[in-house]
Structures are given as C-alpha cells and as structure tokens.
Design a protein around this ligand. Structure first.
Ligand code: BO1
Ligand code: ZN
Length: 242
C-alpha cells in the first residue's frame, strides 16, 4: 500500500485515484474473425457440465477499487453478476476441470465477431486447479422469446445498493448452443486489474434474449460497460469446431 499523503497535501474530500494498470501485450477484448482464425481440431474438446437447475445470487459488482460495491457508478468497471454455488457447474478440457464461479454481462459486446458488435456479451468465469482463469464468452442479440437465464437475471435487477436477488432453478445447460465451437486465444481480464494469463473461449454461435431485456440492460448502463478493443500483437486466434 502507498504511504498516506502527509496531512494537508491532499484536497479534503478528493477521491483517491487508482493507478492505471500496466497495459500488457496480451489484453482483452479483441476483434475476432472466423476467416482469420486458425482451424485447430487438435485442441481439446470443450466439455460442458452445467446444471439444468441451479440457484443463483445476483448483485452489482465493481472491479474498481474506488467503488467496491458497484453502487456509485455504472461504468466500465461495473457489471451485474450471478454467483454460482461451489461445485455446481464447470467445464473440462483434456480431463482438467474448471469450476464456474460466476457469470456477468457487458453491453455492448466486448469482443467483436467478423466486424459485428452484439448487444450483450455474457462471460462465464471459471477457475482452474491452480487458480487459472478461463472465460467462456457468449454473444447475445435481441429478438429472442425470453426465459433464458440471461433474461431472468436482467429482467429482475437489484434496485437497492447491495441488494441480492435470488434466481431459483436456473437452467444453465439450456442456455448454451448445441454447437460448442469456440474461438480461443490467450488474453486478460477486461476490467481492473486486467491481469493476463486468461484463457478465452468465445462461442461462435450467438444467443438471443428478449428485446425488452436488451432495453433493461441499456437503461442500466447507458454508456455501456465494454472495454475498448485491444491489439492482438501477433497472438493467434484458433477455431476449435465441435
Ligand atoms: S472478465 O470476464 O474479463 N470481464 C473478468 C473480469 C474480472 C474478473 C473476472 C472476469 N475478476 C475475477 C477476480 C477474481 C475472482 C474471479 C471470479 O473474478 O479478479 O478474484 O476470483 O469471480
Ligand atoms: Zn466480463
């Protein structure tokens, strides 16, 4: 921790500012292109083990150390997040299991796919056996019938600061597409502290939520909470079809 400023050197009431994180060479999000992606059938199949029914706890969160509750601002570092009970959901790659910890949303999408930015991007955040982070990204558009977990979460948002909303019996398995083909690349957290070493698997097949769900999330984050696209800097994006 930095030592406190000597008395009288900081204007009273001034907010503390966090230093900008060092921008590494492998940041996220990036512009994804199916045409430029290298076909990679040799990569391990994505095996999803998500439940048909799980109870979630939804709240606002912030990655900004100056706004730990996510209550004061609705910007780049804030999101709406659903916590998944320990052991309830995960994925495996080559027999190695990654536990689903939480999922959250960004609007508009953070990644782009073939030049398109989607209305919403859902991030399923997993932790590996050694604490590695693996995120599955899913693009969401409007025009859906409603009733997906994303609709349920975004239609019943917490109103009070710090309030937790319980969502019972969420069908996480049913939210995923039949085609689990993914674009994979090494990247970072898209919010502070933008830590690298994150494995990104972005589903090629977008999903859809109801138009009114899109309106809700846009009302909540009028300026969006998506980070700018970051340079690939020579990274290879691979396409694992399955
Ligand atoms: S994102 O998917 O790149 N937008 C993203 C951004 C921040 C986090 C995760 C994903 N934060 C991390 C925290 C960890 C925590 C993990 C799971 O989320 O840095 O401390 O364990 O909740
Ligand atoms: Zn995210």
């Amino acid at each position: 921790d930095p030592s406190p400023a000597p008395p009288g050197t900081a204007p009273s009431g001034a907010a503390s500012t966090s230093p900008a994180p060092p921008a590494g060479p492998q940041q996220s999000p990036v512009a994804l292109s199916t045409a430029d992606a290298v076909p990679a059938p040799e990569l391990p199949e994505l095996v999803v083990d998500y439940p048909r029914s799980v109870d979630l706890s939804v709240r606002y969160v912030s990655r900004d150390p100056d706004d730990p509750t996510g209550c004061t601002t609705r910007g780049r570092e804030e999101t709406i997040e659903a916590e998944v009970p320990a052991g309830a959901a995960g994925i495996s790659l080559d027999g190695v299991r990654y536990e689903l910890k939480q999922f959250h949303f960004h609007t508009a999408s953070e990644h782009t796919l073939d030049g398109r930015r989607y209305a919403v991007e859902q991030h399923f955040v997993h932790a590996g056996p050694n604490g590695e982070t693996l995120v599955i990204g899913r693009f969401l558009d409007g025009g859906g019938p409603g009733g997906t977990t994303a609709d349920r979460v975004l239609d019943d948002l917490p109103e009070e600061c710090g309030e937790e909303i319980a969502i019972a019996g969420a069908d996480l398995a049913g939210d995923l597409p039949a085609d689990l083909s993914t674009l994979r690349y090494p990247g970072s957290l898209t919010t502070k502290p933008n830590t690298e070493g994150v494995s990104w698997l972005v589903l090629r097949t977008p999903g859809s939520v109801a138009d009114e769900t899109i309106s809700e999330v846009r009302e909540l984050f009028p300026d969006g909470d998506a980070r700018d696209l970051q340079p690939l800097n020579g990274r290879v994006v691979r396409l694992r079809e399955q």
